[in-house]
Design a protein around this ligand. Sequence first.
Ligand code: SF4
Ligand code: SF4
Length: 179
Amino acid sequence: MSKVKKKVKVIKIDVDKCNGCRACEMICSAFHANPKYSSINPAMSRIRLIREPLKDVYLPVYAGQHTAAECLGRDKYVIDGKEYDECDFCRASCPSRDVFKEPDSGLPLKCDMCEDDPPQEKPLCVQWCINDALTYEEREEEVEEEVKMEDVEIGLESMVDKYGLQKVMDTVARMSKKG
Ligand code: SF4
Ligand code: SF4
């Protein structure tokens, strides 16, 4: 199998530099508003700030994958003597909480690294974070080329799963005689 280059985009988060200003949430929601920049609503942002000044907790978290089912257990982290709430580090849009969901429709939100045309020089949350709590890195990795199944192959595979290979082959043979 041949190798291809894949670009890996990384946003590094330095929680010690975050002061909870929420500029990242504002620009993300404005950039993803429809039309662009027509509104600011942090609830629509793909980055959310866990902000608890009394505990000195300022934690930017990016929206990741949607999950239909919530976890059976919960994680609770203590780092450098600071105790974070359950699920604080989780990136999932899940049924157990309201973050990373469009407020009106409830549809999941996911960070898309501000991919747009023309491309941004850096993700906008990184550009707007004047405290350098967010920094952007790109690297290339060599990966195996993905073999994309043709539509017909995907269809045939599901027919074989459903009816068995022999029945599918018999049907194709019968059809080809007719044709
Ligand atoms: S813009 Fe930077 S400093 Fe402000 S809340 Fe976001 S990550 Fe923290
Ligand atoms: S990279 Fe772009 S889409 Fe992702 S959180 Fe930052 S501003 Fe939002």
